[in-house]
Write a protein that binds this ligand. Structure first.
Ligand SMILES: Nc1ncnc2c1ncn2[C@@H]1O[C@H](COP(=O)(O)OP(=O)(O)OP(=O)(O)O)[C@@H](O)[C@H]1O
Ligand SMILES: [Mg+2]
Length: 153
């Protein structure tokens, strides 16, 4: 059940990054974000905005071989990319459950690969490309708890 549901539209990558920065302001330690959406829709771009929002020295990039990247900042962001995961159990071997308890922010790309392990309070964000308009994205945020995101583009 979502208490919060809101749709934001972005027209380019920079706006999606800015939305990420605004979302960062609304998060609290321990929050988990699951980012759904097709290849190259903007999940990592949104995550980069989150790392900017937390004033990290490094900005999120697409991990090549590492599945989990750590970005220290106002809150530490743990960026987990499950694209290459074949068996959901793999994520447990990588210490997934410990990351949930570190008091940072856990951001997961391709969360459908580990759906059964997502905690109940997961904030789900789905990014959708509009067929006709190459750069437009509808970004739907759903949260089981109250969230206050202000964003206008
Ligand atoms: N409105 C938009 N929001 C985000 N990215 C956009 C937008 N319009 C165009 N883009 C472009 O789409 C691409 C998004 O790439 P990104 O790596 O963020 O996607 P991803 O969802 O993480 O992909 P993957 O599933 O491969 O990890 C970038 O090249 C970016 O410049
Ligand atoms: Mg990505």
């Amino acid at each position: 059940m979502s208490v919060y549901k809101k749709v934001f539209r972005t027209y380019n990558a920079e706006e999606t990054e800015n939305l990420g920065k605004e979302i960062a302001k609304a998060l609290k330690p321990g929050d988990v974000l699951a980012l759904y959406g097709d290849l190259a829709v903007g999940k990592t771009t949104l995550t980069r905005g989150l790392t900017k929002g937390f004033h990290s020295n490094q900005l999120a990039t697409s991990p090549t071989f590492t599945l989990i990247n750590e970005y220290p900042g106002a809150l530490t962001l743990y960026h987990i990319d499950c694209y290459r995961i074949k068996n959901p159990q793999e994520i447990l071997y990588l210490g997934f459950e410990e990351y949930l308890d570190k008091g940072g922010i856990v951001v997961i790309e391709w969360p459908q690969k580990i759906e059964a392990f997502l905690p109940e309070n997961t904030i789900r964000i789905s990014l959708n490309r509009l067929d006709l308009q190459e750069n437009i994205r509808d970004i739907v945020i759903e949260s089981p708890e109250k969230l206050h995101v202000t964003f206008s583009c």
